[in-house]
Design a protein around this ligand. Structure first.
Ligand code: PEP
Ligand code: MN
Length: 265
């Protein structure tokens, strides 16, 4: 398999923009709102994160919502707001592509394409993003085994795109105190089986903010190459995933907590 350590021994380092690397020495943070809700609120969030030195911005334009009546995202408008933030701050932007029909549009604006948990085995979508020249964050399916996860990455790489970043975002178990169960053993296991970078998204794994600092530190200690975190300036007003969204202040506190852990690994 192209993604296996046997095929390629050294770590793949995925470069994003001019300054960010995933899979190298640094452990970059990708943060931002679950969904882009409007220009002003996005700018507030992005400026706060930029001020904290967070190198990359995330934000959903096309949202895979469980209910068709929930906020579905602003589509192209959201992509425009995100790329304006990139122009202003230099932060590369990460956003989900849900459907092959949206790929051209998302590709025009985004620096990194995200494949969500619900699409990890959308093989047509994987094949399409395998044929573009942009990095892809592939999130683990909520009920996917490690083998299935790696085979989905293989779809992308085998179609020509080697810039794949794996993201552990929690799996479904019987436990209901947390939204999902963060499978941290996936991190050292994946690092052993594949040369691709592995990042962790504690926000979607936990579904609540109080456990995020501890599990972010644990993810870094386990060998994660980066973290993805949801941040909102007014989480209680967020149109999606407010309960798991950190405030900029909580993000600042988390960065302080992470520093000695990141230095130790
Ligand atoms: C997201 O990152 O906004 C998202 C929807 O995540 P997941 O696909 O992991 O649920
Ligand atoms: Mn979300």
């Amino acid at each position: 398999k192209l993604v296996s350590r046997e095929f390629k021994e050294e770590d793949t380092v995925v470069r994003i923009g001019d300054h960010v690397e995933l899979g190298g020495k640094a452990i970059p943070i990708i943060a931002g709102p679950c969904a882009v809700e409007g220009r002003e609120v996005l700018d507030e969030i992005a400026d706060a994160l930029h001020g904290l030195g967070v190198p990359m911005l995330r934000g959903g334009a096309f949202k895979p919502r469980t209910s068709p009546y929930s906020f579905q995202g602003l589509g192209e408008l959201a992509l425009k707001y995100m790329s304006d933030v990139r122009e202003r701050t230099g932060m590369p932007i990460v956003t989900e592509v849900m459907d092959p029909r949206d790929l051209l549009l998302v590709h025009k604006y985004a620096d990194v394409l995200q494949i969500g948990t619900r699409n990890m085995q959308n093989f047509r979508l994987l094949t399409e993003v395998g044929q573009v020249d942009k990095p892809v964050i592939l999130k683990r399916g909520m009920s996917a085994t490690i083998k299935e996860f790696l085979m989905s990455a293989e779809y992308i790489v085998s179609h020509g795109n080697e810039k794949v970043i794996l993201c552990e975002r929690g799996i479904r178990t019987f436990e209901s105190e947390t939204r999902n169960t963060l499978d941290l053993s996936a991190v050292p296991l994946l690092k052993k089986l594949t040369h691709l970078p592995v990042i962790v998204d504690p926000s979607h794994a936990l579904g609540r903010t109080d456990l995020i600092p501890a599990m972010s530190c644990a993810a870094v200690a386990a060998g994660a190459d980066g973290l993805m975190l949801e941040v909102h300036v007014r989480p209680q007003e967020a149109l999606s995933d407010g309960a798991q969204s950190l405030t900029p202040q909580a993000m600042a506190d988390l960065l302080q907590k992470l520093e000695p852990v990141a230095r130790a690994v």
